[in-house]
Design a protein around this ligand. Structure first.
Ligand SMILES: O=C(O)CCC(=O)N[C@@H](CCC(=O)O)C(=O)O
Ligand SMILES: [Zn+2]
Length: 354
């Protein structure tokens, strides 16, 4: 058995170290496990793991997995930390390069979605905008982009996947779902990615309709990764998660980390239920009125003609087929997303406005 002490000093594990050192300088340091795995702590909450033998990488892939981009979304953080502990204990060996990220340590300590600005709106270069200058989250987004780019550049011959793990503020009629960033010219994810989602019991896929500044959109557009934001349940504080509800994502990631082949089971024949985003609701500022109640669950459906939001210039009504709300949240700054309206993919197009 290996000890995590050289990487995490006197702290018991990666998460404890990341929380204890949030906001401090955290020099790069590395250790080699008995099996030859090299673990480089690239920055606070960022581990770059190189397998004992790169030649054994049978799927020719590299994986990036992030959690805690929002500090209060703790279950995926606990899942990822648990997998790192297993690795340090020598319970399995990685089969491909891994970049594992705990996104926003100060927000994790505070138990908040973010401390200054929403980190998951600062990627794809948005961290450089004037309004975010001096915000710690802007620096973190810049750092994470740099590390991810270095990781991708190190393995140009490997297929890169990125799973950015979240939990949602609202309850959800579909407990687990993945969002697939928009890239011009592509539609559905490749079959093996769908199989991975099904293996993790993520049975709903949401196709984004335009470019954005979330982490998964950055890795998809800039690093050519197959990337997903994955919603795994509901936001709860550390220690209050029912981790049995996260067993399937943990097992699916553990398998991918080891480079094992996919289980030959029903997943292979399963189908994701696919939705597409039809409208992104933005807070338009003075006069903006959002007509969805605060406590509504994700994927609650509204019938044609329902007025969803309005301001002094615009009134948005559901089109000719029902639309469902995802991520309703009126407490966002002007210009930010208040929610998404979605419908089953390939539904008839919106009726033209009368
Ligand atoms: O429950 C909510 O309102 C938000 C949950 C969450 O953090 N979702 C991500 C989705 C990112 C994406 O659109 O790919 C976010 O809002 O950043
Ligand atoms: Zn989140």
């Amino acid at each position: 058995m290996n000890t995590s002490r050289p990487l995490f000093d006197t702290h018991s594990d990666w998460l404890a170290h990341t929380l204890a050192c949030a906001g401090q300088e955290c020099p790069e340091t590395s250790m080699v496990l008995h099996d030859g795995t090299r673990i480089l702590r690239k920055a606070l909450g960022v581990l770059w793991i190189t397998p004992p033998d790169l030649a054994d990488n049978r799927h020719r892939e590299a994986l990036m997995v992030s959690a805690g981009i929002h500090g209060n979304e703790t279950a995926p953080i606990e899942v990822l930390n648990g997998l790192v502990s297993e690795l340090l204990e020598g319970r399995w060996s990685p089969g491909c390069p891994l970049l594992l990220i705990l996104g926003n340590p100060p927000a994790m300590v505070a138990g908040e979605r973010f401390t200054g600005v929403n980190l998951n709106r600062l990627f794809n270069g948005a961290h450089g905008r004037k309004e975010y200058r001096g915000e710690p989250e802007a620096d973190r987004a810049r750092l994470l982009e740099g590390v991810c780019r270095a990781f991708a550049d190190t393995y140009p011959e490997l297929a890169l996947s990125h799973y950015d793990l979240h939990t949602a503020i609202r309850p959800s009629r579909r407990e687990r779902f993945a969002l697939y960033p928009y890239l011009e010219g592509r539609s559905a994810p490749p079959r093996e990615q769908c199989d991975f989602l099904l293996e993790a019991e993520v049975e709903t896929l949401l196709l984004q309709h335009k470019e954005s500044t979330v982490f998964s959109a950055f890795s998809a557009s800039e690093l050519n990764a197959e990337s997903f934001t994955i919603e795994l349940g509901k936001v709860r504080p550390f220690g209050q998660n029912d981790l049995s509800r996260f067993g399937s994502i943990k097992q699916a990631l553990r398998r991918r980390f080891q480079g094992q082949i996919a289980p030959g089971c029903d997943h292979a024949t399963g189908q994701l239920t696919v939705f597409e985003v039809v409208h992104e609701i933005l807070n338009t500022g003075d006069g903006f009125r959002f007509h969805i109640p605060d406590d509504v669950a994700n994927f609650t459906e509204y019938s044609p003609g329902t007025v969803i939001w309005e301001d002094d210039q615009t009134r948005y009504q559901v089109g000719s087929v029902p639309e469902a709300i995802v991520f309703p949240n009126r407490e966002v700054p002007v210009g930010h997303r208040v929610g998404l309206l979605v419908r089953p993919a390939h539904s008839p197009a919106r009726a033209p406005a009368p």
